[in-house]
Design a protein around this ligand. Sequence first.
Ligand SMILES: [Zn+2]
Ligand SMILES: [Zn+2]
Ligand SMILES: [Zn+2]
Ligand SMILES: [Zn+2]
Length: 344
Amino acid sequence: MKNALALGSLFLVLAAALLLAAESRICSVCGKACTGGYYTLGDETFCSETCLGKKYSCASCGVTLGIAPNTKFKIVTDVNEKKLYFCESCMEKPGCKYCGSRKQTELVNGVPLCATCRESVINKTEEAVPLLKEAQDLLAEKFYFPKNPTLKMEVVSREEFERRTASSTLPANVGAVHITHSSVKSQFSPDEKVLTIELEMVDSGMLVIAGAPKAVVFDSIVHELTHDFLRGKYYFIDDPVIEEGFCEAMAAMCSLLRGNPQLAKNRFTSQLPVYGEGFRKMYGMLQEKGWDETLSFIKSHSLTRKQYISKNLLNCINKEQAEIIKKKQVMPKIIFGKVQDAAK
Ligand SMILES: [Zn+2]
Ligand SMILES: [Zn+2]
Ligand SMILES: [Zn+2]
Ligand SMILES: [Zn+2]
């Protein structure tokens, strides 16, 4: 899962000063010399209100900022990393779910989306396939992730997503989820003292919720590919803060490399309990200790598939076999047949 958006910057209060031309100053917008009155805002000079408005105007309603009553405004960075200014009254309207922009923000299937995010919305699986490829290529090139050729990805509606993930506990603002199915075949020896376990099938995939802009979908896909990487390499991580945090750190780094630093920045102030805390922990570890030490740390919090099955045996085998074990109150000796496992 991933989460975009955590604005929270304070309103800037910037009042332009109207001054009289004493010496010749150049307008920072039109380049002409300012004769008569001119405005200054920060260290910039504007020959007229029109030129001031060309640089400082609300991206939603168009009012000129810096002069009363619009001296209070906010800067919002959209998904294309463009900085936009919004006046105080436009900031009161609902913001885009993904970037917080108020630029022609409208509800699409109940979700507020700005004009820029609407332009690159992903609604179908075909539209997300190039993003999956881009994410797999980047992870392989920069972080040596093996490519999983059997991984399936599907873009589904929010309703379908909720229906198919009903059993898991996901935060309300999740954008995608990684799903693994595996089944084991287990068989008792005639004296019921030995249980042989074989892995029958493993299959992994991800569901992505339709309606998010490209940059956010790419970020979500990287997050889920990192779950897939961890599942293949270490199987089970015992602390969701570590696992989600590492997935968030990888998504942030790949979004940065792709030219979307805002998606990385938002995570530093994320208030989400597992994801925000996990991101800061694991991103910090990667920066301070480096890749190898971070992976060793994750490994020390993991169980291989064999260890996981041994520890959770009664949930991994069929009901009748579990009943036999419960009745006997003696654990059988476990022999693993074909159980693929990462070396530990
Ligand atoms: Zn996750
Ligand atoms: Zn000018
Ligand atoms: Zn406005
Ligand atoms: Zn947006």
